[in-house]
Design a protein around this ligand. Sequence first.
Ligand SMILES: Nc1nc2c([nH]c(=O)n2[C@@H]2O[C@H](COP(=O)(O)OP(=O)(O)OP(=O)(O)O)[C@@H](O)[C@H]2O)c(=O)[nH]1
Length: 159
Amino acid sequence: MSSESILVVDGAEDRNRSLDGSVVDVAVGLLVAPNGDLLLTTRPPGKVYAGHWEFPGGKLEAGETVEEALRRELQEEIGITIGPALLWREQVVDYPHALVRLHFCKVFEWAGDLHMKEGQRFSWEKLPVQCGPVLAGTRPVLEWLAQEQKLQGIAGRRF
Ligand SMILES: Nc1nc2c([nH]c(=O)n2[C@@H]2O[C@H](COP(=O)(O)OP(=O)(O)OP(=O)(O)O)[C@@H](O)[C@H]2O)c(=O)[nH]1
């Protein structure tokens, strides 16, 4: 029995999938610019939820670590080579099309210019983000980031 919380999306309440079954691991990159802006991209045409905004990333291939998968995916999809990927939070999401475990990693360093290789759109965003619609599985991480910013603001304030 797992204690992981599962975010159920799009009328999936009665699916009652088990985490012991096939959960698809997904590496997701939170690219943080020096001014704190975050990179969001749209899901490419032809993919499920095409046009929805998300953080760039993709599924792990056999034998890959989260960091390796993220480095490969971001090279393939947006043309950059990332430095260290710092695992930050995880979230399991139960979609009609799949049960996924999202591994959200913060990335502060990368090389190369952004090049959307799959026809995506991209935007550097401050919180709260102005782009939309945002993919359901991406919304919780935006909340966590906002909470973190708020706490950092409080901690940094002088009384
Ligand atoms: N990249 C990414 N995927 C997310 C996010 N949030 C979220 O729920 N997902 C889900 O994670 C899964 C990622 O799969 P994908 O189809 O993008 O992965 P991929 O690039 O390896 O695709 P492929 O099937 O063409 O090989 C999708 O089910 C997507 O809905 C997010 O912020 N970024």
